[in-house]
Design a protein around this ligand. Structure first.
Ligand code: FAD
Length: 453
């Protein structure tokens, strides 16, 4: 029987972190590859996630630096912040990255379809714009995730992280729904830019999954910086006033909050609505995710999925690794098993926090009483000089039986930059004695890592 001929070896739906990497690597192995993107090439991280967010964090941080500058002898006259200038500069950088990602695909001879694509069958993709149907030996779904908008009256007045980068003006008062990393990062940005920020959460937990002592420290510092928190307060409704501002009514709270912008950051759901997965016999998981095996293969052998749409670890480096490994396996004859252990992550709040490995609570659950916790609660030199009372906190969780470091967690200036290097040691299984044997690099904040006794 003649082998079936396909238009492409690989058709990728979604040109984000995972999709672009898989396309480029598959093409470099000689596969005929096409990718469809319904919004902008680059995906969430580059267009409306990590990158523009981090640039806003940098932009807002000048408030603190400029305030502290006087201590160092600088006179800064007529300090003024202009939101459209920062916003447009960030959006220009997004355009630059969008062009760079497009060029990468072009250089690797990946055919691009700038339109929505859905699955028409195990080897068939329908292009929504042109109505064309194309065939592929393999299909990769890398459609990412989408912000969840809770259902309450007036939610049409609220924005999500998709819109926040495009705000016309800097809102004077911002209400942020949610207490995950995206909510707290924007709380930090708006607070530093001088807005009044209220974080509203339906439970009393913020930053689920991070070490409790760090979460407490962040709460304490950000409250001192002027961020207000309302816990156990789900949204009831949002109403627009005659002057354009919003009344945010919370369940169980007598007085509404007044806001010029309401940002909802209550989580992200896998982007699978209307994707046609049923045409290939694929059943979605409870959270709308695409179930896959360790190789990223769905229940339909010709269809694969990577990144946020699989709802495993929703982080850019994971989507990239999954996309890369899939392309290597399908077209490069190389089998890579991804290791999800000890993934470092950070919250670019102000101050930022970062962690790798087990938290104290997780370690105590796994190892019982056999856990040693070392910590350093210190006031960074920079803060002392600036008369800022804020203290950093580093924690090291150690397996008492083997001396192996199970986790490191830190909050303080530059914590994510410091943690990335420390994560190598945790991943490599180094011991507390290895840290102790390392000479401190003085004066630095990172030296606390080797001075915990
Ligand atoms: P995405 O990058 O989301 O790409 C999916 C692409 O598919 C999108 O471009 C979308 O338009 C397209 N698409 C969807 N459906 C279709 C369709 N049917 N047809 C055609 N195209 C389609 N991660 C970090 O590691 N560090 C951070 O600091 C960080 N900060 C973040 C901040 C924010 C505000 C947000 C929202 C996310 C952040 N993330 C961060 C998460 C990170 O952006 C994602 O984990 C990552 O982008 C996932 O990559 P992906 O390839 O799975 O999907």
């Amino acid at each position: 029987m003649a082998e079936q001929v396909f238009d492409y070896d690989l058709f990728v739906i979604g040109a984000g972190s995972g999709g672009v990497r898989a396309s480029r690597i598959a093409a470099s192995h000689g596969a005929r590859v096409a990718v469809a993107e319904e919004y902008r090439i680059g995906g969430t991280c580059v267009i409306r996630g990590c990158v523009p967010k981090k640039l806003l964090v940098y932009g807002s941080h000048f408030a603190e630096e400029l305030q502290d500058a006087a201590n160092y002898g600088w006179t800064v006259e007529k300090m003024h912040f202009d939101w459209p200038t920062l916003r447009d500069a960030v959006l220009r950088d997004v355009d630059r990255l969008n062009a760079a990602y497009t060029t990468t695909l072009e250089n690797n001879k990946v055919e691009r379809f700038l339109e929505r694509a859905t699955i028409a069958g195990p080897n068939a993709v329908r292009l929504a714009g042109s109505g064309r149907e194309v065939t592929a030996r393999h299909i990769l779904v890398a459609t990412g995730a989408w912000p969840v908008m809770p259902d309450f009256p007036g939610n049409e007045h609220c924005i999500t992280s998709n819109e926040v980068f495009h705000l016309e003006q800097l809102p004077r008062r911002v209400v942020i729904g949610g207490a995950g990393y995206i909510a707290l990062e924007f709380a930090g940005i708006f607070n530093a830019l001088g807005c009044h920020v209220t974080v509203v959460n339906r439970s009393e937990t913020l930053l689920r999954g991070y070490d409790e002592s760090l979460r407490d420290r962040l709460l304490q510092i950000t409250m001192a910086r002027g961020i207000e928190y309302k816990f156990n307060a789900p949204f009831e409704r949002v109403e627009q006033r005659a002057d354009g501002a919003f009344d945010v009514v919370l369940k169980g709270q007598p007085d509404p909050l007044c806001a010029d912008a309401v940002l909802i950051a209550t989580g992200r759901r896998p982007n699978t609505d209307g994707l046609g997965l049923e045409n290939a016999g694929i059943t979605l998981g409870a959270r709308g995710e695409i179930p896959v095996d360790a190789n990223g293969q769905t229940s339909c052998p010709s269809i694969h999925a990577v990144g946020d749409v699989t709802d495993r670890v929703q982080l850019t480096p994971i989507a990239i690794r999954e996309g890369h490994a899939l392309a290597d396996r399908l077209f490069g004859g190389r089998q890579t098993t991804l290791d999800y252990d000890c993934i470092p992550s950070a919250v670019f709040s102000q101050p930022p926090l970062a962690g790798v490995g087990l938290t104290e609570a997780q370690a105590r659950e796994a190892f019982g009483g056999n856990v040693k916790v070392y910590s350093s609660d210190f006031r960074p030199m920079k803060n002392i000089f600036a008369h800022r009372p804020e203290r950093g906190l580093y924690k090291m969780i150690v397996d008492a039986a083997t001396d192996r470091v199970l986790g490191i967690h830190m909050i303080g200036p530059e914590a994510p930059e410091i943690l990335q290097a420390a994560a190598i040691a945790v991943k490599a299984g180094l011991t507390k004695a290895d840290f102790d044997a390392t000479v401190a690099l003085h004066p630095s904040m990172a030296e606390e890592l080797v001075l915990m006794r």
